[in-house]
Every structure is written in structure tokens, then in C-alpha cells.
Design a protein. Structure first.
Length: 189
């Protein structure tokens, strides 16, 4: 019985070949007039679609203009006030940030940081969680930074990699006013 099923299935497959629609003689051919008609229909369809799209875009712009005209003076003033409040808040934020930067620079002035920019960034990172930033909070942040990262502070000792150009004395570098004052004192004697 299994062999007969195989024969039936093979017969069905061979019979399907007779009903195949891919036969070249059965394909429909078009005359040049029909081809030209189909092409012109497609062209008019594309033109109509482009015209409809253009009309829709014009309608949308007119609709938006009408909506904007409907806004009352009160709504326009409200929108203007919101915009001005946002600008004011941005200015206040920038002003507060400038005050904090000045306080940090003032507090780090005498601490002998090797890379002051890095120290300032680390201090700002520490101050992000603080609600109110004042001189005491900044001092605590600087002390914590010095404790956690002592390599940011210049020790005054010469750097071994400096070679012969390292600092020979442990005296801090003087500013020009102090040097000039020492020279004047030396001349008077």
C-alpha cells in the first residue's frame, strides 16, 4: 500500500505540469496603443497625486495660520511670560554658577594645587549634591579633596624627573613684587 501511494503522488506531480500557466503561448501581449494608454493613465495619476499633495500642504499652512490668529492676546502674553521666565531662570543659574566659581577660586588660592583646573572640576563634582553652596561647604570640599587626592598638592620638593633644573631650595617661588621689595631693601643697606 505504501508503494501505491508513492505512485499516485508521482502521477499527480506529472499531471500538474500540464496545467502550468507559464507557457509562453498563453501570455497576453499588448498592442502599442494599449501600452501608450496605460502609460498616459499612469502619468495622469502621478500628476493628480502631486496636485493633491500640494493642495494638502497649502491647506495645512492656511490651517496653522488660522489657529495662530485664534490665539487671544491673553494666550500670547502668557506664552511670552513663560519664555521670559525661562530666560530669567537661565540667567540666575548662570549667575549662581559664576558666584560658586569665584568662591572656589578664592578658596583654592593658597593651597598649591598642581593642576588647578582639575582640582576645580573635582570640587564642583563634590558640590553637585549640596543644596546650598557657601564658603564653609567649599572649604570642606577642598579639605576632602586634599585628603582623598594628595597628589594634586605641590609638596615643594623637587621632582626627580626635573634633572638639574629641579628646584634647589625649599623656599616657595616669590611674586615679582616680593622680589623687587627684596632688591630695594638690599640697595638701602
Amino acid at each position: 500500500m505504501g508503494d501505491e501511494d508513492k505512485n499516485v503522488n508521482q502521477d499527480d506531480l506529472t499531471n500538474d505540469d500540464d496545467n502550468d500557466d507559464t507557457d509562453v503561448s498563453k501570455k497576453k501581449s499588448y498592442t502599442p496603443e494599449e501600452y501608450a494608454r496605460v502609460c498616459s493613465e499612469a502619468k495622469t495619476y502621478r500628476k493628480d497625486k502631486a496636485a493633491i499633495k500640494k493642495e494638502r500642504d497649502e491647506f495645512e499652512t492656511k490651517f496653522k495660520a488660522l489657529e495662530n490668529e485664534k490665539l487671544t492676546e491673553l494666550e500670547k502674553e502668557r506664552n511670552k511670560n513663560i519664555e521670559l521666565e525661562k530666560k530669567l531662570a537661565d540667567k540666575e543659574l548662570n549667575e549662581n554658577q559664576a558666584k560658586i566659581d569665584n568662591l572656589i577660586l578664592k578658596a583654592t588660592a593658597g593651597k598649591n594645587f598642581i593642576k588647578i583646573d582639575t582640582a576645580i572640576l573635582l570640587i564642583k563634582k563634590e558640590l553637585e549634591n549640596e543644596e546650598e553652596v557657601n564658603e564653609k561647604v567649599i572649604e570642606k570640599a577642598i579639605e576632602k579633596l586634599i585628603k582623598d587626592e594628595p597628589y594634586l598638592i605641590s609638596s615643594g620638593n623637587p621632582n626627580p624627573s626635573s634633572g638639574n633644573f629641579g628646584k634647589q631650595d625649599n623656599e616657595p617661588v616669590k611674586d615679582t613684587d616680593a622680589i623687587f621689595g627684596d632688591m630695594l631693601r638690599g640697595i638701602k643697606k
